[in-house]
Design a protein around this ligand. Structure first.
Ligand SMILES: *Cc1c(COP(=O)(O)O)cnc(C)c1O
Length: 380
């Protein structure tokens, strides 16, 4: 089976993890601090606060903003067209996620779709860089006035927006290090921000609201008694994970170059295939191709489910398009505006395998199976 994704992990990662274990310091400590610093520098932010996942990063970011202080009346605009954690994080705060539709080409929120759902109760907008595809955040900010536009950059490490790294300049951006994304720590996440006070509060909140971090207390020469300044959480990353992340950061440029090379080959192979439209860079940026999806035209006789079955039968592990939260049972009855583009994209697209070890022969096979599926006349 050709897998849809495979993390890039080598001996260096194994060694780094072993070193962390041998050091005796396995919880949040010096390696987490080093990873935060290097990661923030890579995405052009002043501060990085490592946490246990992107889901907890999103929750913490929204919580730090005061989302949900007004209860369910507080609204946060999110795309339904995203992994479900984006919308769920709003609910963790007791606030209400308000779904906005997305752009057909990029799968991201648009100024128009967001403006259509803003109200006097909107506390924030959470823009997703879907599948690594940069969202047009300048245009979104222009449409949102004083309402903060946070970024769910779970998939977008190393993507480029108007010649700067995705996430740069965001009030807060949330990142994922799950193995389905490019850079992995097993599980893990980060919040980046330029605001030093906000960073300090996020550090506190991830660690039970403690005035002094556990790592600093252990490292201190004299006994320090901590205080608990506000109710916090345990959302810490471990030094074992950060050790992995530090090695992965060193590989990032190479990983992105490889993915873009493979995507370019898909574009060549798919050119001229009727009814199939692959995702590509927007005019204002570059995706890291965390997900390579193709839109299947409504003229194509096979539907998404059939297509996935046909691909699987030929040894190709593909996925349905990005999910739409509002179509899941967890959001049954949740009110929303019509979301026609979201529904078209989620039902009418397929994510193809893309990982560093994918060979040209395998890519040809994927495209060949796809070609036969969409045009039965091509069969043998
Ligand atoms: C994967 C993903 C998340 C969740 O990330 P975890 O690190 O697994 O919690 C959130 N948002 C988006 C857009 C994602 O793709």
């Amino acid at each position: 089976m050709i897998p849809v994704m495979r993390p890039v992990l080598g001996e260096e990662e194994a060694q780094a993890v072993a070193d962390a274990v041998r050091s005796g310091w396995v919880a949040q400590g010096p390696r987490v601090a080093a990873f935060e610093k290097e990661f923030a520098a890579r995405v052009g932010a002043r501060h990085g606060v490592a946490v246990s996942s992107c889901t907890t990063a999103l929750h913490l970011a929204l919580h730090a903003l005061g989302t949900g202080r007004g209860g369910a009346a507080d609204e946060v605009v999110v795309p339904s067209f995203s992994f479900i954690a984006t919308a769920n994080a709003v609910r963790y705060c007791g606030a209400t996620p308000v779904f906005a539709d997305v752009d057909e080409e990029t799968g991201n929120l648009t100024p128009e779709s967001v403006a259509a759902v803003l109200t006097e109760r909107t506390r924030a907008v959470l823009a997703v860089h879907q599948g690594g595809m940069p969202a047009d955040v300048d245009a979104l900010r222009a449409a949102c006035g004083d309402i903060p536009v946070l970024e769910d950059a779970a998939c977008a490490v190393g993507s480029v927006y108007r010649d700067r790294p995705v996430g740069q300049g965001a009030p807060m951006a949330a990142w994922s290090f799950h193995p389905r994304k490019l850079l992995t720590t097993g599980e893990g996440g980060m919040i980046t921000t330029d605001d030093p006070e906000l960073a300090a509060r996020l550090r506190r909140l991830r660690e039970h609201g403690m005035s002094v971090s556990a790592a600093d207390r252990h490292a201190a020469e004299v006994a320090i008694v901590e205080e608990y300044l506000e109710p916090g959480f345990n959302y810490r990353m471990t030094d074992i994970q950060a050790a992995l992340g530090l090695v992965q950061l060193g590989r990032l440029a190479e990983m992105i170059a490889r993915r873009r090379e493979l995507a370019a080959r898909y574009h060549e192979l798919l050119a001229g295939l009727p009814g199939i439209r692959p995702v590509r860079d927007p005019e204002y940026g570059r995706t890291n191709y965390q997900s390579f999806w193709v839109r299947v035209s409504e003229d194509v006789p096979v539907r998404q489910g059939e297509l996935l079955t046909l691909l699987a039968a030929e040894g190709v592990s593909a996925r349905r398009g990005i999910m739409a939260a509002h179509l899941e049972p967890a959001y049954a009855g949740h009110p929303h505006v019509p979301l026609p583009v979201t529904e078209r994209l989620t039902r009418g697209s397929v994510i193809l395998p893309l990982h560093h070890e994918l060979s040209e022969q395998e890519q040809r096979h994927v495209v060949d199976v796809l070609a036969r599926a969409v045009d039965p006349a091509l069969t043998r």
